[in-house]
Structure formats: C-alpha cells, structure tokens
Write a protein that binds this ligand. Structure first.
Ligand code: COA
Length: 184
C-alpha cells in the first residue's frame, strides 16, 4: 500500500487545497472556501503527500477553544482514495487537538461510517454544538434542509464561545475569560 507523508501545510500548499476542496463544494460535500480564507487559515491545515511529493489531500482543524475544535475540509484526491491518506490526515489533526488540550472534536458529514473508525459518534441534537451552528450553519443555504450528520469525539461541550449572549440552553454557559496581564 503506498505511504502518505502527512505534514503541516504552508502557504505554498494553498492553491492545491483551494482546488481540491472546491472541486467537492458544488454538491455540498465540503463547504466552499475562498482562496484568501485558505491563505489566512493555512496554519489550520495538514496536507498528505506521496513519497514523490505529489499532493494527495488535506484536512483542517479549526479551534473554537479548549472545549471544542472542528475537523474541516478533509479530502483526498480521487486517485489517492483508499490508500490511508484520509485516515492519516485525521490522526494528525487529532494529535494537534491533543497538543492544544482540546477536549472534544466535532464535524458535520455525509459519511459517518468513515468517522466511526476514529472514535466519533453521532449526536442527534446539533444544537449541542452552538459554536459550529453560529459559525457556519446560520448563513448556510442548506440550513433547513441539511443532510449532514453531526458527530463528536469526546464529551458534549458544556460551554460556548460564539453566538448570542443569552443561549437558550441553561446547561451551556459562555466561557468566562479572566485577563490577568496589564494593558500597554
Ligand atoms: C473520506 C476520505 C477523506 C477518506 O480518505 P481515504 O484516504 O480514502 O481513507 P483511508 O484510505 O485512510 O481509509 C481509512 C479507513 O476508513 C475506511 N473508509 C474510507 N472511506 C470510507 C467511507 N466513505 N465510508 C466508510 N469507511 C471509509 C477505509 O476502509 C479504511 O478502513 P480500514 O482502516 O479498516 O481499512 C475520502 O474518501 C474523501 O476525500 N472523500 C470525499 C470528501 C469527503 O467526503 N470528506 C469528508 C467530509 S466531512
């Protein structure tokens, strides 16, 4: 089985990431990403490369806070499917989440079976992820016709950092940050 090398993305990978992610955005498999947005957030990405250095795929970890991170834009080229690159990318993103001490990772997907392999479970109540809903879903044209499954790995978050101040679920409280440094 061909081996995929996984490494952090650099700006030089942004064009490949842009083309691959948006090649699957037309049918809603992946969220469309602007080139500028990919450049700005390129440090969220890992890429998979063949031994010869050919771009095979990418995946991103978006940090909401210590309570939650999201797996985004995970995809491999059609030629690279089934060779371990997707799984390798996901493991690298989990390792990065661990490095940051993130408690829970989440994602929305149409292929839950792939993510079951890696310890995810479905959550029927997507309002359990208010940060994700506030970041993406509220402006998504598929808001009321979403065919994706919400999945999490880790405990259901009990805090949220995005969204209106008054969240209707009493068990969710906005994260309180105490600033200890002095102003300059
Ligand atoms: C999902 C995707 C990234 C998987 O990448 P991949 O490189 O083909 O996956 P791997 O070869 O690393 O497979 C890892 C394991 O997952 C399994 N798997 C792969 N794709 C799967 C799928 N669609 N459904 C269920 N299991 C799947 C493999 O059989 C393998 O299992 P094994 O370890 O028991 O052999 C790839 O199919 C893809 O790019 N899909 C289109 C984009 C997409 O849907 N992304 C997810 C958006 S949330």
């Amino acid at each position: 089985m061909p081996r995929a090398d996984i490494r952090k993305a650099t700006l030089q990978d942004a064009a490949n990431i842009f083309e691959l992610v948006n090649s699957l955005s037309g049918d809603g498999t992946l969220l469309r990403r602007q080139y500028a947005e990919i450049c700005e957030n390129v440090r969220d990405f890992h890429v998979a490369l063949s031994e010869g250095g050919i771009f095979l795929g990418c995946g991103a970890l978006h940090l909401y806070g210590p309570h939650l991170a999201e797996i985004r834009s995970i995809v491999v080229t059609p030629e690279a499917k089934g060779q371990g690159a997707g799984g390798g990318l996901l493991k690298a993103l989990h390792a990065e989440a661990d490095l940051h001490g993130v408690l829970t990772t989440c994602l929305f997907t149409r292929i839950p079976d792939f993510f079951f392999h890696y310890g995810y479970r479905t959550t029927m109540d997507r309002t359990a992820l208010p940060d994700k809903i506030y970041k993406d879903c509220q402006k998504c044209p598929r808001l009321h016709a979403c065919d994706e499954v919400a999945m999490i790995r880790g405990p259901v978050p009990r805090v949220a950092v995005l969204g209106p101040q008054k969240i209707r679920q009493p068990e969710l409280v906005p994260l309180q940050i105490a600033f200890t440094g002095t102003d300059h």
